[in-house]
Design a protein around this ligand. Sequence first.
Ligand code: TXA
Ligand code: MG
Length: 309
Amino acid sequence: MQPAGIAGAAERLRRGQLVAFPTETVYGLGGDATNDRAVAAIFVAKDRPDFNPLIAHVPDAEAARALVVFDERAEVLAREFWPGPLTLVLPRRAGCAVSLLAGAGLDTLAVRVPALPIARSLLRAVGRPVAAPSANRSGRLSPTSAEHVAAELGGRIAAVLDGGSTTLGIESTVLDLSEERPLLLRPGAVTAEQLGRIVGPLSAPGDGVARSPGMSLRHYAPTLPLRLSATAAAAGEAWLGFGPRDAGATLNLSPRGDLIEAGANLFAYLRKLDGPPYIGIAVSAIPETGLGVAINDRLRRGTSDVKGG
Ligand code: TXA
Ligand code: MG
């Protein structure tokens, strides 16, 4: 993991490499949000056991508007709290450039404009949205210094942009505005009270509304039934293959059997196959190792009746 300046970090990100960078909250593990492979590599570097959706970081509200649909509430909140530690979950715009994998296949996308000047300079220099979860391994504490990042991810990512210790140290507030009732998904430095003054009463996960991160997320589930561990298509089915043996598949997640490539293609390929002329999607077995664990987790959710609410 190399130290990098803003220009070098931006160049690496544009080439699809992973670069950790500071924000006012915590260090993020950044990758080009429009590049499926870079996004898949983020999940690998973090050892994430599932595809939790990632926040798209942009330098200003205008860049955010290009990705998601703002309503009046979002406009007011953006004016009030951006740049700053508030993440808004909004409906993806048609033609949104962000990788489906970054959004975990959801119809919504989380967007944020960080306040730290070095972060905004980096985002401007990249010129593309940057997907960035906190730069820790899954299940560990979020890093608030470049040294923490090195301890967590050294050897796994290309570079770190060192901006010293972060000031807030707590991840951004996450507010879901994709439905009428605003839902506070994660408390943070922008408080529920501050938000409530602008958007009215907030719900929280557990209030009978299943829009919380992780397990109960409303993940995109294909409308067609999925059949797992298939070795061929039955009549009417599309076949989503994996590896060199599946030469006859309708689409192949990775003809050479590369799990990162498979992760990168997963959501886009499921969408492609999800409709006529097919009546179902047969999916080949994916090895339960590395990123395969997350891929299988996602596929299993796609078959269960519990589609995340
Ligand atoms: O302060 C922060 O937000 C830091 C810095 C790097 O910006 N980032 C961060 O990312 O904490 P992460 O991936 O560790 O947390 C993002 C949270 C997760 O709980 C995720 O489930 C939720 O946001 N999230 C992201 N996209 C979502 C979506 N479309 N719908 C619901 N929740 C979403
Ligand atoms: Mg995190």
